[in-house]
Design a binder for this molecule. Sequence first.
Ligand SMILES: Nc1ncnc2c1ncn2[C@@H]1O[C@H](COP(=O)(O)OP(=O)(O)OP(=O)(O)O)[C@@H](O)[C@H]1O
Length: 195
Amino acid sequence: MDIKVDHISKAYGEQQVLQDLSCVFPEGKTTCIRGRSGCGKTTLIRLLLRLDVPDKGKIEGVGDRKLSAVFQEDRLCENLSAASNIRLVCTETITDRELEEAYKAVALTEIWQKPVRELSGGMRRRVSILRALLAESDCVIMDEPLRGLDEKTRAKTIDYILKKTEGKTLIFVTHEEKEAVWLKADRTVDILTKH
Ligand SMILES: Nc1ncnc2c1ncn2[C@@H]1O[C@H](COP(=O)(O)OP(=O)(O)OP(=O)(O)O)[C@@H](O)[C@H]1O
């Protein structure tokens, strides 16, 4: 089922962030959300994830789906290992071998037993990406997931994102034109502002 955003508006106090926005995220396709800093990309993501509600308009197609997400913050359990963080959200058992393959695919090595608080920022990013990709879901929503990663690691991680989201709906917020190209996005949603 496509996700349909129908004439939504959202304000925080006096500040109108989204105004009469309509767009479609087609089923099984990749859509990039772009726009200048502060234009409301994360606000839209929060509405899609139903963490907040629009003031006006409606969003269809998110109600009874399995969504997984990467937020701008890692939102990991600090004292647990990467494997434990990932296994916490997986309904099916993930073997050590499958986890090793996933780590390798995003160039994560030698992190096995460490609590994630001891990992670098870029490593933690990739753990949160793996968590969203390995969780059971039919729609993956990512808010600037590759921020802080070097170009080679970004390219490798995008390859794995594409592999793991094949046939799923992928919604990906990025500032980087290059990332949209690497993702071979089927469409883009540009959030425009008056400023
Ligand atoms: N909970 C909140 N309360 C008040 N204002 C908020 C809240 N969340 C976001 N805003 C404001 O809404 C505007 C849009 O924020 P949002 O995080 O959606 O932008 P963004 O496009 O994701 O920005 P960036 O690219 O910098 O991450 C900003 O001006 C922000 O200060």
